[in-house]
Design a protein around this ligand. Structure first.
Ligand SMILES: Nc1ncnc2c1ncn2[C@@H]1O[C@H](COP(=O)(O)OP(=O)(O)OP(=O)(O)O)[C@@H](O)[C@H]1O
Length: 364
């Protein structure tokens, strides 16, 4: 007869605070099973976000905690990542083969939205997720090039009606640039743009995605608003530079997503710090803490503060973004950390939705 009770194992497991879920794994709903066989304990943990690089370390920490419980001789901790679908805004129907859509947006152009989106997608994939990228930045589609696909790339067509997304660096990629010549979108009006993008989104045979990263057109005008109302988005990531003006634009972005009930998963402050390539000295070019203040003011996370770095520019513009070109460098570590934060915010929403009763409210 075992003297070990489940409560003492749960207490030991809850000593570990997950830095991304910001709580212990039991409170976060990640505990799937505890088996106690005499003095041996087996625990099944399911993380709701892509974190392949963390699972072994977490299992080890939990093992030490459980083996410290009186009478436990050996503990086996299995930690898996299982990404679940979190609900989209309002009553928009989700796509069957895409669990979560992440919109990457910015209040204005040129702040590094596409570079951030592409590195986010690759970082999520490196954490073990199945990832797609949709280039909705119709006036300057750059995703294909950043992922190293030739300019004349065309998707294959399946059953005469579905596009097969080309793959690059392990992610599925679709872009308006694959379908039209360079000059066409410039003359399009808003409804044509959103119509074309909805077609790209729904007529691509996405191969079971955990996350689809959508690179939104810059700004907060009609096109952006229409997309935010039509695309079933799980959450938005706002990219900004730290200058005051860009921050004001970022606020417009946050407010636009609030208006259409899309949760803002957080803010990424890009080109925030300059690290001298000669002496390594770090300088805050546009003042310190702007992104943090913005995040605090709007109750969202500061997901990452990215340095201004020649490497980020050269590698993204050269078709092999930093996360793939130099996965172990410090900048890639910041991108990976950002990706885990994004995944964790989505996991929280998926867990909340699972545990909630289905209540429908009608106006009449
Ligand atoms: N952290 C960074 N350090 C250095 N260069 C960067 C950084 N982030 C982006 N860049 C460079 O800045 C330029 C603009 O970036 P990007 O195309 O990602 O911006 P964007 O906001 O998507 O622009 P647009 O909205 O016009 O499409 C690119 O040449 C890119 O390589």
């Amino acid at each position: 007869m075992s003297h070990i009770d489940r409560m003492s194992i749960e207490r030991a497991l809850s000593q570990y605070q997950d830095p991304y879920l910001k709580t212990d794994l039991i409170t976060a709903g990640c505990l799937r099973d505890i088996q106690i066989d005499q003095a041996r304990v087996t625990v099944e943990i399911e993380l709701g976000y892509a974190a392949a690089s963390l699972t072994a370390g977490i299992a080890q920490m939990l093992q030490v905690a459980v083996e410290a419980v009186e009478d436990v001789e050996a503990a086996k901790i299995n930690v898996r990542c299982v990404v679940r679908a979190a609900p989209a805004q309002g009553s928009i129907e989700a796509l069957g083969n895409v669990k979560n859509i992440i919109a990457v947006a910015s209040g204005k152009g040129g702040v590094g939205k596409s570079t951030t989106a592409v590195n986010l997608a690759l970082a999520l994939a490196r954490e073990g997720a199945s990832v797609g990228v949709l280039d909705a930045d119709i006036y300057g589609p750059s995703m294909g090039l950043m992922l190293g696909l030739p300019a004349n790339t065309r998707p294959e067509i399946k059953d005469q009606k579905l596009f097969i997304a080309p793959r690059a660096h392990g992610v599925q990629v679709m872009s308006m640039a694959f379908l039209v010549d360079e000059n066409t979108p410039v003359v399009w009006r808003g409804p044509m743009v959103s119509g074309a993008l909805m077609q790209l989104l729904t007529q691509t045979a996405w191969d079971d995605l955990d996350y689809l990263v959508v690179d939104m057109p810059p700004g907060t005008g009609d096109i952006q608003l229409t997309l935010a109302q039509k695309v079933p988005v799980t959450g938005a990531v706002i990219v900004t530079t730290p200058q005051d003006l860009a921050l004001l634009d970022a606020i417009k972005g946050i407010e636009m997503f609030n208006k259409v009930n899309i949760p803002v998963l957080g803010v990424v402050e890009n080109m925030a710090i300059h690290i001298c390539s000669q002496c390594g000295h770090a300088e805050h070019l546009f003042g310190e803490g702007g992104g943090e203040r913005l995040a605090e003011q709007y109750g969202v996370d500061l997901l990452a503060s990215m340095p201004l770095s020649m490497m980020i520019r050269e590698q993204a513009d050269g078709g092999t973004p930093t996360v793939v070109a130099e996965p172990e460098c410090q900048i890639s570590m910041i991108y990976q950390d950002m990706a885990r934060h994004v995944g964790a915010r989505i996991a929280e929403r998926a867990t909340d939705a699972q545990g909630m009763p289905n209540i429908s409210i009608s106006d009449d």
